[in-house]
Design a protein around this ligand. Structure first.
Ligand code: KIV
Ligand code: ZN
Length: 554
């Protein structure tokens, strides 16, 4: 970073566009944990959600505005708290609801959007261009009565007529918009095309010198990062990104890729940012754990293989000089190589230091104590505790503390083997009724199937298992196993009016353990707890919306 470069505003939409990923459902506690981590990471603007979508969404945005909005954790260098932003369609009800949700934040932004492509105007909104301009201006004018910081997005800008865009954007600048975001909503543009569009809009929109232009790219052609970088090269000074690139369909631009591209090419991009790169890996792991969206092994920057050198020639080169095959050191993004550092004789201080080095810079004493206990328990099962294990322990903890369980696991016993029917007995604790219950079942598909059957018998209802992945955390024979599970209510068994919502909602959880059967059991139970909590909210009328519905809303 040099004094002569421009500030690049990092706008994170993991909790809004990212949460629109198929299968991702985050509860309010999980969103708050992620919001705090994004604040530590150095994000400028956090899009916390879409408040009109449901009461649950409203409450999550409102709690983030109240509980995370004022925090300064890890932001000494930045000197101010993160801006909390809410999304709204260009209607008075949406905008008022959004303003109410973000009101408690010291720094707040309303993000209004309206489609501008002829395709969307004709078929989706059924309005003409004049009406589009009128609606956009009315929306921005209303939003400005609540906040000074208003962002406007012409949805499907990537397929809109550039001259019409200049007209819309010129009008919303007059109405008080401060940031103009240019979404390639369907991931259609080529990098040069998108970069040129940004340049054209900056050069031809009346009043463009008074606002910040922003990128918002989707990854349908795998070009979201390239398009965003082209946008920066052509004058955009805000980027809308998500951690791990999660988002609608093929996802959004991934924050870690943009930040590290700029870091690696400081002379190519004339911008600086406030992201603490050493917290990138930890943040990626947290989002993956809580969202249940696994990071693919070869994902740039944060994938398991991103810093592994397999071929002999590469290994030899790296041993002689790391720069031969490494353009980024793993430490820069918080991937440390100091494995085998801790074991059963390691004390509290060593564990605390390691947690800090891994990015847990401001754990509460209670969380630290719990983490240390879990660490000691793991030491009894595993000799050498590496960074991946510590990350898994602490991530399990966040997952557990962000849920109010209805059932917890007391014990399981399984009989399994080749050419034999698996059998399992399970004991659960029913938290609300304060009682333990047991049952047993056989599993046609092995021991985990038997356990899941027994759990369903105890709870007295069926769940559909819609995702089940097992992966190793770290390396070696004694690596922890991580299970990622997604469940849905088995709506074929329910015949009441909420069937439609029930059949769409899916709940994900992931847990790591030395024993993969225990990991799978705990993850299954945790996903079921989320499902039950959501159904209870639904019954009370406070449930957050689910992905399918929100897509209709947008
Ligand atoms: O992709 C898109 O167009 C959006 C808008 C709501 C900004 O996410
Ligand atoms: Zn989007």
């Amino acid at each position: 970073m040099t004094a002569s470069t421009d500030k690049l505003v990092i706008f994170d939409t993991t909790l809004r566009d990212g949460e629109q990923s198929p299968g991702v459902t985050l509860n309010a506690e999980e969103k708050i944990e992620i919001a705090k981590q994004l604040s530590r990471l150095g994000v400028d603007v956090l899009e916390a959600g879409f408040p009109i979508a449901s009461l649950g969404d409203f409450e999550a945005v409102n709690r983030i505005a109240r509980e995370v909005g004022p925090l300064m954790i890890g932001r000494e260098k930045i000197g101010h708290p993160m801006t909390i932003c809410g999304l709204a369609r260009s209607t008075p009800d949406d905008i008022k609801r959004c303003a109410e949700a973000i009101a408690p934040a010291p720094r707040k932004r309303i993000h209004v959007f309206l489609a501008t492509s002829d395709l969307h105007l004709k078929y989706k909104l059924k309005i003409n261009r004049e009406e589009c301009i009128q609606r956009a201006v009315a929306a921005v004018t209303l939003a400005r009565t609540f906040v000074d910081d208003v962002e406007f997005s012409p949805e499907d800008a990537g397929r809109s007529d550039p001259d019409f865009l200049c007209q819309v954007l010129g009008n919303v600048i007059e109405a008080g918009a401060t940031t103009l975001n240019i979404p390639d909503t369907v991931g259609y543009n080529m990098p040069e095309e998108y970069g040129n569009l940004i340049k054209y809009l900056i050069e031809n929109t009346p009043g463009s010198e008074r606002v910040i232009f922003s990128t918002h790219c989707h990854n349908d052609l795998g070009l979201a990062t390239a398009n965003t970088l082209a946008g920066i090269s052509h004058g955009a000074r805000q980027v809308e990104v998500t951690i791990n690139g999660i988002g609608e369909r093929a996802g959004n631009t991934s924050m870690e890729e943009i930040v590290m591209a700029i870091h690696t090419h400081p002379n190519y991009f004339p911008v600086h940012h406030t992201i603490n790169t050493t917290l990138i890996y930890r943040t990626s792991q947290m989002v993956s754990t809580l969202s249940g969206m696994m990071v693919q092994a070869n994902k740039a920057i944060v994938g398991r293989n991103a810093f592994l050198h397999e071929s002999g020639i590469h290994q030899d080169g790296v041993l002689k000089n790391r720069q031969t095959y490494e353009i980024i050191t793993p430490e820069t993004v918080g991937v440390t190589n100091i494995n085998l550092v801790l074991g059963k004789h390691s004390g509290r201080n060593a564990f605390r230091e390691r947690c800090k080095e891994l990015g847990f810079i401001d754990m509460t004493e209670a969380d630290f104590q719990k983490g240390f206990e879990n660490f000691k328990t793991l030491c009894d099962k595993k000799k050498n505790i590496n960074d991946a294990d510590i990350l898994a322990i602490l991530s399990n903890q966040i997952g557990a503390s962000s849920n109010n369980p209805y059932y917890t696991l007391v014990s399981t016993q399984v009989v399994a083997g080749a050419n034999t029917t698996s059998m399992a007995s399970v004991k659960l604790y029913n938290v609300k009724e304060d009682k333990e219950s047991s049952d047993a079942a056989v599993g046609v598909n092995g021991p985990i199937d038997a356990i899941f059957e027994a759990i369903q018998r105890i709870i007295g209802r069926r769940f559909l298992l819609t995702k089940f992945d097992i992966s190793a955390v770290g390396e070696g024979n004694d690596a922890l196993g991580k299970a990622e599970i997604q469940v849905k209510a088995d709506s074929s068994l329910h015949h009441h009016q909420q069937d439609n919502r029930l059949s769409k909602a899916a709940f994900t959880s992931s847990v790591a353990d030395v024993d993969i059967i225990t990991a799978a059991t705990k993850a299954y139970l945790s996903a079921i707890n989320k499902q039950i909590a959501w159904e209870n909210e639904l019954a009370k009328g406070t449930a957050r919306s689910i992905n399918e519905e929100r897509k209709v809303d947008i």
